[in-house]
Unconditional design. Structure first.
Length: 574
C-alpha cells in the first residue's frame, strides 16, 4: 500500500540520482568514445548499417538508440548525454527496487549509496554499451526473482526479453546472462522444486522452464538477426564478432593488480579485527567508540590529500578483488549449507527458500561482472559494480544473524554491535569510492576541473577543462577552416575520430578507429589506397603514429596545413 512514509527511500534514491548524475551530465568529453559510439550513430542516422558499411565491435543497440535520440532532439553531445542521464537514473531506481524486494526499503539504500559513491572512472558519461545495458541486466534479474517468488512462467519470458535486450547492446554479456539465467532455473527446479522427489521429472521441468526463458531471449535475437539479414549485414556481423572475440581477448587483457598490493589493506584489516576482538572480550562497552574511531581514521587516511598513498593504492586494488572474493565466499557458504543439511526433499526446499534469491543474484552479478573479462582496469570495473554491491548487501544480511549470535555473549545489545561491525566496511567502501571516482573531478579548492563551456555548435553547453577546451575548439576550427561540410575527412588519430561528429564531416572508410581490433589487413590496404588516390579532403595524423608506410602515403599526397597539440591536419594536394 502506498504511503508517504514508504515512499521516502524511493524519493531519496530519485533525488540523489538526479543530483549526483546531474552534476556530471554536462562535464567532460571523451573524444575517443565520441568517435567510437557517437560518430557511427550519426552514420546510422544517415542510412548506413553497421558491419555492412562500417566496422563496430559491439552489437548495434547503442548506435540505434543514440541515432533515434539525435533524430528526435538534434545531433549534439547534450542530446546523447541527456539520454544517458535518463538511463543512469532509471538503472539506479531499478537497483533500489530489486534490493527492496530482497531486503527492505531502508537497507535498499545501501547499494544505491555505494553505486553513487563509485560514480564512474574519470568519464562518468562515457557512451559505452554497459551504461545502457545495465538497466536491462537488473530488470532481467528482478523478473527472474519474480518468477522464483510466484512460479509464474510469464516472468521467465519477460526476463528472457530483458536479457535479449542486453545482447542488443553487448552480445557477450547477453550470452553470459542467458547462461546465468538458465543456471538459476536449473538449480531451482532440480534442487528446490516443491514436493517432487523424482529427478527425471525435475530435470524435465527445468528444461521446460528454461525453454520459456530462451523463448523470450530468442524473440529479441530473432528480430535483431532478421533486421541485419534484411539489410545485408548479418553474415558480416557474425564474421566480425568471431574475428573480434579472439583478437580482443589477446590485445586488451589487463591483469588484476598484483597480490602484494593488497598487503597494506589486509594487514590493516587484521589489526582492526584483532583489536576489536580484544575490546569485545575485555572492554565491550568501548566497542561502539572503537568502531566509530576505525571509520573516522580510515576515512581520513583515504580522503586527506597527500597522506597514506600506499594505503589508498592498496584500497583501490582491494576493490578490484572484491567481486571475485565475494563470488567465492557466497558459493562456498551456500554450497556448504546445502551439503551440511542432507539430501531430503524437505531440506532442499528449505535451503532454496533461504538461499534461492542469493543464487539468482550471484549468477546474474557474475554474468554482468564477466563483461569486463579479461580486463581488470578501473574503467570497466566501476561500471559493473552495482550488481556486486547488491550481492554484498545480501551477503551481509545473510550472515548478520551469525554475527549477532557471536556478540550476544559479550554485549548487552548484540544487534547494534553486529550492525556497527558490518557498517564500518560499507562506510569505508563508500569513502574509497568518493576518493577514487569523485575526487579526480575537483581541483585543490574543490572547484570542478571541467568548468569551461565549449562553443562549437555540436558540443555547446558541455563543460571541459581549459586545456581540453583549447584542444577541441582549436582542432574543430582548423578542420572547419580547411574543409566544407560536404567533404570527407579521415583520422588516423583515435582522439581525432571524435571530430567526424563534432565538425559534421563524413568518414569515407569502414573504420571507426584505425587501431581497433577485429580489422583485417585488406581493410587497411583499402584505406591506404584511398588516401593515395586523394579521396578525403583532410587527413588527421597524430605524432605518436610511427608507421612509415602510413606517413609516406600521407606526405606524398597531402601537405600539412595546421597542427593542434599532437595532431596534425593534412590537406590533399590539388
Amino acid at each position: 500500500m502506498f504511503s508517504v512514509k514508504n515512499s521516502v527511500p524511493l524519493l531519496i534514491t530519485v533525488i540523489a540520482g538526479l543530483g549526483c548524475y546531474g552534476l556530471f551530465a554536462r562535464r567532460s568529453v571523451w573524444l575517443s568514445v565520441v568517435g567510437y559510439s557517437v560518430s557511427p550513430a550519426e552514420r546510422v542516422l544517415q542510412g548506413e548499417v553497421p558491419y555492412r558499411d562500417f566496422l563496430y565491435n559491439y552489437t548495434p543497440g547503442t548506435l540505434w538508440l543514440n541515432a533515434a535520440m539525435m533524430k528526435l532532439f538534434g545531433s549534439t553531445l547534450m542530446t546523447v548525454n541527456a539520454g544517458l542521464f535518463v538511463f543512469k537514473v532509471a538503472t539506479l531506481v531499478t537497483l533500489f527496487y530489486v534490493a527492496r524486494r530482497l531486503t527492505n526499503q531502508w537497507v535498499a539504500l545501501v547499494p544505491v549509496a555505494l553505486t553513487l559513491a563509485w560514480l564512474g572512472h574519470q568519464y562518468i558519461f562515457g557512451v559505452v554499451p554497459t551504461q545502457y545495458s545495465l538497466l536491462f541486466v537488473l530488470a532481467g534479474m528482478g523478473l527472474m526473482l519474480s518468477y522464483d517468488r510466484t512460479d509464474k512462467s510469464s516472468w521467465l519470458f519477460l526476463s528472457g526479453l530483458a536479457i535479449g535486450t542486453v545482447l542488443i547492446f553487448k552480445y557477450n554479456v547477453g550470452l553470459l546472462l542467458l547462461a546465468a539465467g538458465t543456471g538459476a532455473i536449473v538449480v531451482r527446479e532440480v534442487i528446490g522444486r516443491n514436493g517432487d522427489t523424482n529427478l527425471s521429472r525435475r530435470l524435465l521441468m527445468a528444461a521446460n522452464r528454461s525453454a520459456i526463458y530462451w523463448a523470450g531471449f530468442g524473440v529479441v535475437v530473432a528480430a535483431l538477426m532478421a533486421y541485419m539479414a534484411s539489410h545485408g549485414a548479418l553474415s558480416a556481423m557474425i564474421n566480425h564478432f568471431l574475428h573480434h572475440a579472439a583478437e580482443y581477448s589477446e590485445s586488451r587483457s589487463v591483469p588484476l593488480p598484483r597480490p602484494k598490493q593488497l598487503l597494506p589493506v589486509t594487514a590493516g584489516l587484521l589489526v582492526v579485527a584483532a583489536v576489536g576482538f580484544l575490546i569485545i572480550r575485555r572492554a565491550p562497552k568501548l566497542f561502539a567508540g572503537y568502531g566509530i574511531l576505525v571509520i573516522a581514521l580510515g576515512s581520513a587516511a583515504l580522503l586527506v590529500p597527500g597522506r597514506a598513498y600506499i594505503l589508498k593504492q592498496s584500497a583501490t586494488a582491494a576493490v578490484a578483488y572484491l567481486p571475485l572474493t565475494l563470488f567465492v565466499a557466497i558459493v562456498f557458504l551456500v554450497v556448504w549449507r546445502l551439503v551440511r543439511g542432507g539430501r531430503g526433499a524437505a531440506y532442499r526446499q528449505e535451503w532454496w527458500h533461504a538461499h534461492g534469491a542469493m543464487v539468482i543474484v550471484v549468477l546474474f552479478a557474475l554474468g554482468a561482472y564477466l563483461e569486463m573479462y579479461p580486463r581488470a582496469d578501473e574503467y570497466h570495473l566501476v561500471r559493473v559494480l552495482p550488481p556486486v554491491f547488491l550481492l554484498l548487501v545480501l551477503f551481509i544480511n545473510l550472515t548478520l544473524s551469525s554475527v549477532t549470535s557471536y556478540f550476544r555473549g559479550f554485549v548487552e545489545r548484540p544487534g547494534r554491535a553486529a550492525l556497527l561491525s558490518v557498517s564500518a566496511p560499507i562506510v569505508l567502501l563508500v569513502v574509497a569510492g568518493v576518493y577514487g571516482t569523485w575526487r579526480p573531478h575537483f581541483d585543490g579548492r574543490l572547484n570542478f576541473i571541467d568548468r569551461r563551456p565549449l562553443t562549437i555548435e555540436r558540443a555547446r553547453g558541455m563543460l571541459v577543462s581549459g586545456r581540453q577546451a583549447e584542444f577541441i575548439e582549436g582542432l574543430a576550427h582548423s578542420i572547419e577552416a580547411n574543409s566544407s561540410p560536404d567533404d570527407f575527412i579521415f583520422s588516423f588519430a583515435q582522439r581525432g575520430s571524435g571530430f567526424y561528429f563534432l565538425t559534421g564531416r563524413r568518414n569515407p572508410t569502414r573504420f571507426v578507429w584505425w587501431r581497433s581490433v577485429g580489422i583485417d589487413g585488406q581493410d587497411r590496404e583499402t584505406v591506404l589506397a584511398m588516401i593515395a588516390d586523394k579521396g578525403p579532403r583532410l587527413v588527421l595524423l597524430q605524432d605518436s603514429l610511427t608507421n612509415k608506410r602510413v606517413r609516406d602515403t600521407v606526405s606524398s599526397n597531402y601537405h600539412q596545413v595546421s597542427a593542434v597539440n599532437d595532431i596534425a591536419i593534412y590537406q590533399r594536394n590539388e
